[in-house]
Design a protein around this ligand. Structure first.
Ligand SMILES: *Cc1c(COP(=O)(O)O)cnc(C)c1O
Length: 358
């Protein structure tokens, strides 16, 4: 994509239009079309996407927002940024995502929104989440930062709730050459508020009239131009990840580890990460590293045990499935360019590491 990226750079530099211009508008309409939503608003990063979407759906300071503890810290940060309190529920150990039945129990009169996180690129059971939120009359905002292009019942994730939030951090399935994010929605009002908030709360046709206290959270034209190029390859890249995941599955069969469960009930995952679970995770990770294979941990400390969220009052033992995952998850290398022989080499190395005791 190098040549295309250089062309894009020259085009944007030639126009001298770096902020709120044609490239951004073009990317927004292309990404909205890709997702199958009416509107897309480009923002500066995924965290801002969640924060501004929460404000746009009416989450006010002093309310509660239900999400999971087994996620990247940004989900909870965005809730805090709007002045709301994160209420953290445990995950379903099979999907490693939000357990809908626990959301039902956590809903109270203070609940202003629910954030299901499509972690590792696997769609949360959106039929159950939709039904629970509908009956509780609470909007939900999807954190789809790891799930660009993932599907549920034939529709793309991000289009089920009041808004869908994406990050274009370089390592995500759709990544910019720097930071970026977007909110997709079918609700014109939500789109208009996010559009205003990302640009100092400005009115649609009068940038000097500030209707609300906003922020500087625009997606810039250069990143938008790069994202347009990469968007064309997203389906192919996701297919590559699917093939890589299925080869991992075949090559790791029979080992004393837990593989990610297969897609269930209409879900179509995009394998942002390929996460196995195992005992002695840290020993095996170090042994892999010595063989030149870098495996990650997403995430070693859940939100409810992070120092920054200590005031929420959770203690170890509160979310047992989440805490067990934090001790056992290991992310094997997966990316659109990974080759068959590399996957087989990782699988072989993992076999050896599991066979040799500490
Ligand atoms: C990456 C990520 C975010 C935040 O995106 P940034 O662009 O880094 O701000 C939010 N939620 C999840 C689940 C993520 O993986």
């Amino acid at each position: 994509m190098r040549e295309d990226a250089i062309d894009a750079f020259e085009r944007v530099a030639g126009q001298g239009s770096f902020s709120l211009g044609e490239e951004l508008e073009a990317f927004e309409s292309e990404y909205a079309a890709f997702c199958g939503s009416a509107h897309c608003v480009g923002v500066a990063n995924g965290t801002a996407a969640i924060e501004l979407a929460l404000r746009a759906v009416g989450v006010a300071p002093g309310t509660e927002v239900i999400t999971v503890s087994h996620t990247f810290v940004a989900t909870a940060e965005a809730i805090r940024a709007v002045g709301a309190t994160p209420v953290l529920v445990d995950v379903d150990p099979r999907t490693r995502c939000m357990d809908p039945s626990l959301v039902e129990l956590a809903v109270s009169e203070r609940t202003a929104a629910v954030i299901p996180v499509h972690l590792y690129g696997r769609p949360v059971p959106l039929d159950d989440i939709s039904a629970i939120c509908r009956s509780a009359q609470v909007p939900f905002v999807e954190d789809a930062a790891q799930a660009h292009g993932a599907g549920f019942d034939g529709r793309k994730v991000g289009t089920f709730g009041a808004a869908g939030c994406f990050s274009f951090y370089p390592t995500k399935n759709l990544g910019a050459m720097g930071d970026g994010g977007a909110v997709v929605t079918d609700d014109e009002q939500v789109a208009a508020i996010v559009r205003s908030l990302r640009h100092h709360g400005s009115a649609p046709r009068d940038a000097n009239r500030h209707e609300r206290v906003g922020r500087t959270e625009r997606l810039d034209n250069l990143q938008a131009a790069i994202l347009r190029i990469k968007l064309r390859a997203l389906e192919a890249h996701n297919d590559h990840r699917r093939r890589a995941a299925s080869l991992y599955r075949d090559s790791l069969e029979g080992l004393p580890i837990d593989l990610p469960s297969e897609d269930q009930r209409g879900a179509r995952a995009v394998h942002h990460l390929f996460v196995i679970e195992l005992d002695e995770r840290d020993r095996v990770r170090e042994a892999l590293r010595r063989r030149g294979i870098l495996a990650g941990i997403h995430y070693p400390t859940p939100i409810h045990l992070q120092p920054a969220f200590r005031d929420l009052g959770y203690v170890r033992g509160d979310l047992p499935a989440t805490e067990r995952l934090a001790e056992r998850v290991l992310s094997l290398p997966i990316f659109p360019g990974i080759e068959q022989h590399e996957i087989l080499r990782v699988a072989e190395a993992l076999k050896e590491c599991l066979a040799t005791r500490a």
